[in-house]
Design a protein around this ligand. Structure first.
Ligand code: DOR
Ligand code: ZN
Length: 440
């Protein structure tokens, strides 16, 4: 008797950790039951001829703004955007309004996710100067991917900027902490200095390379003292990337797709406030260093830092325009375009977007195609050409910094634990998202 599966993904090329194979995948009870299926039957077939079958792609850095302003984003719209863009999981940041910094707010969010999300989720808990004693317990909560520390201020009110408080946070628990690394004292001292020239380019002069590098040097000194592992989010300078290579026993590195795609000053000339984010998009030297870090393995993960703001607010004159760009829906198409251009291999993209987040955050059952792992898949057409447009974006604020970008490579289907939640640009079924599990 041929084997029977709930779902059979047929005719595609599977990207396994050890190479690409033209094999069929059998799914049962939401998990991968067989890699390489002969004669079999299934309740549902997903035809993947001409497509590559990737492990479900993960965006470990999004701000879904919920609770917050539903005219900008909600958990429902942000996770819908995620599956339309080929992601099977996102990790959501805590700088909401109010922020996720205590057990009650976390409990609310845990319940809310499982009623609302279209993809699986990890949740960050925000560190504050007053919740240090609760962090050890909070970081072990259901679905919590880790603690987030804003060591420099950005959107929202989260900030832990002095050495004593940061060290106390580091001593509080054991999982890897994720850091926004810009030096707050330097940010404050330089605010207001920049009024000449291209107003939006002033942003990168204010939050300059030294702000980021100084922040990272301070964090790594404290991480060394306390022995606590650190994930440095959105590393944006050549100097930090070189420096962090000497801290590989403690440090992991996130790069953002924006820093790998856009350069200053052109980005500000073209997009104005729609190009303003923290840490800023910088000059070509840093863009090249980021690509070198993709090539040589310094980078562990890639995120979008999806941080929606109303378009009208983004077009206010600097410095009144808020920092942050939408990106959860465009991360996969833009990265596939980089693959098509030969800037990285498909295997390295999968390493950065599946194995990388699974390793850094200790995600259980995710990040590779392997028997027994969750049946999360992103099916992609490496040859499909399409233009990214604002009107494709389902995040309510409705804009993307990549509007008008012609890309080669597109996500054709998204499968979350055996549920086909997106196919051919349509979201299917009901929200099936669950909180992820993390170890450590
Ligand atoms: O540009 C940014 N926007 N950087 C951050 O660190 C926060 C984010 C936001 O939440 O708007
Ligand atoms: Zn962020």
């Amino acid at each position: 008797m041929p084997a029977h599966y709930d779902l059979l993904i047929r005719g595609g090329i599977c990207v396994l950790p050890w190479g690409e194979y033209a094999i069929d995948v059998g799914v049962r009870d939401g998990r991968i039951a067989a890699l390489g299926v002969g004669n079999a039957t299934a309740d549902r077939m997903l035809e993947a001829a001409g497509l590559h079958v990737l492990p479900g792609l993960i965006d470990p850095h999004v701000h879904l703004r919920d609770p917050g302003d539903p005219a900008v984003e909600t958990l429902a719209t942000g996770t819908k955007a995620a599956v339309l863009g080929g992601l099977t999981a996102v990790f959501d940041m805590p700088n909401t309004a109010p922020s996720i910094t205590d057990a009650d707010r976390l409990a609310w969010k845990q319940d809310y996710v499982e009623q609302t999300a279209w993809c699986d989720m990890g949740l960050y808990v925000g560190a504050t100067k007053s919740n240090v004693s609760e962090l050890a317990e909070l970081e072990l909560g259901r679905g919590v991917c880790g603690v987030k520390v804003f060591a420099g201020s950005s959107t929202g009110d989260l900030l832990v900027d002095d050495d004593a408080s940061i060290a106390a946070v580091m001593r509080s628990g054991r999982r890897r902490i994720s850091y926004h690394s810009e030096d707050e004292a330097r940010l404050q001292a330089r605010k207001g200095l920049f009024k000449l020239g291209d107003p939006y380019a002033c942003h990168m002069e204010w939050r300059d390379e030294e702000c980021a590098f100084l922040g990272t040097r301070r964090l790594m000194a404290l991480a060394r003292q306390t022995g606590r592992a650190a994930h440095i989010l959105h590393v944006s300078t050549a100097e930090e990337l070189k420096y962090l290579r000497d801290y590989r026993d403690l440090a992991t590195v996130e790069l953002l797709v924006n820093h790998l795609t856009q350069v200053a000053p052109e980005v500000y000339e073209k997009l104005g406030g729609l190009g303003v984010m923290n840490p800023p998009i910088r000059g070509r030297r840093h863009y090249e260093a980021a690509w070198a870090a993709v090539q040589d393995g310094t980078a562990d993960t890639i995120g979008s830092d999806h941080a929606p703001h109303p378009q009208a607010a983004k077009l206010r004159p600097w410095p009144e325009c808020p920092a942050g760009l939408t990106g959860v829906q465009t991360l996969v198409p833009v990265m596939l375009d980089h693959v098509a251009a030969g800037r990285l291999s498909l295997a390295r993209m999968v390493d950065l977007m599946c194995a990388g987040p699974a390793r850094v955050y200790g995600a259980i059952g995710k990040g590779r195609l392997a028997a027994g792992y969750d049946a999360d898949f992103t099916l992609v057409d490496l040859k499909r050409q399409r233009t990214i447009e604002d009107r494709w974006i389902v995040t309510p604020c409705g804009w993307t910094p990549f509007d008008g970008m012609r890309v080669i490579g597109w996500p054709m289907a998204t499968v979350v634990r055996g549920h086909v939640v997106m196919q051919d640009d349509e979201v299917l079924g009901i929200p099936v998202g669950r909180l992820m599990r993390f170890s450590g």
